[in-house]
Design a protein around this ligand. Structure first.
Ligand code: ADP
Length: 245
């Protein structure tokens, strides 16, 4: 079995519209090893979202290949791709995207129900406990704080035991204290459970929770930092964002 949860090889994604062509990703080769936490950073428009979408099988590269575990995504039908995402990939976004009419435990069980699987007894509670919400199972999203809602979203992403969890600005809608709680949870999932996490963020403090920060500029990988402090990450970002005179 591959040691990488996800691997991109020479991935290029071009958008063509009205005679103009934008290269959002330009020959990106990158691996996300199992049990590691990677942050992806870069100036606005550098290709972060496109990278996440291609790596997660939500978008198809123009050329190059993406492998999740030992499965090559190129050439998979839409149906197979949908099944793979449902069973092997977890997502959390800035907006929590919970269904307001459902309780926390019903929201968490939803991915299994959509897949036609009945949640094992106790499994939903177990995952809610993992994110510190064992006592909120019957609450609806409107009865919870933003941080609690994001933790429900995390539990929902983990219910299928995904190969990889993709997080797109997961703390973007939270105050800094609550954001840190969510980041501490993510870090714990990597350290304790060997979860693989890839997170897009513009926040150096959030990125400092990762093992590795990969920087993108103009759709290309522009270096990385390992186990870096928020200060070092911020300094690197400031250099990348500096407009040359
Ligand atoms: P980031 O997430 O770093 O802000 P994106 O991946 O969203 O960057 O975008 C990278 C580049 O691709 C930008 O120039 C953006 O305008 C372009 N782009 C992204 N999505 C589309 C699209 N659907 N159609 C056309 N251009 C796009």
């Amino acid at each position: 079995m591959s040691n990488d949860a996800v691997r991109l090889r020479s991935v290029t994604r071009r958008y063509d519209s009205g005679g103009t062509s934008v290269t959002a990703l330009d020959q990106v080769s990158l691996a996300f090893p199992r049990g590691t936490f990677t942050a992806v950073m870069g100036p606005s428009g550098s290709g972060k979202s496109t990278l996440l979408q291609c790596a997660a099988g939500l978008d198809r590269p123009t050329s190059g290949s993406v492998t999740v575990g030992d499965t090559e995504l190129t050439g998979l039908s839409e149906t197979r791709l949908t099944l793979l995402r449902r069973e092997r990939i977890g997502f959390v976004f800035q907006a929590f995207n919970l269904l307001p009419a459902l309780t926390a435990e019903q929201n968490v069980a939803l991915p299994l129900r959509l897949a036609g699987r009945r949640p094992k007894k106790g499994r939903v509670r177990e995952v809610l406990q993992q994110v510190g919400l064992g006592d909120r199972a019957r609450h609806r999203p409107t009865e919870m704080s933003g941080g609690q809602q994001q933790r429900v979203a995390l539990a929902r992403a983990l219910i299928t035991c995904p190969d990889v969890l993709f997080a797109d600005e997961p703390t973007g809608a939270l105050d800094s204290g609550t954001g840190r709680e969510v980041l501490t949870l993510l870090r714990g999932m990597v350290d304790r459970d060997g979860q693989t996490i890839t997170m897009v963020t513009h926040d150096p403090i959030a990125a400092s929770y990762a093992d590795r920060v990969v920087f993108l500029v103009d759709g290309r990988v522009n270096g990385e930092l390992i186990r870096a402090s928020a200060e070092d990450i911020a300094a690197r970002m400031a250099r990348l964002e500096a407009v040359p005179c």
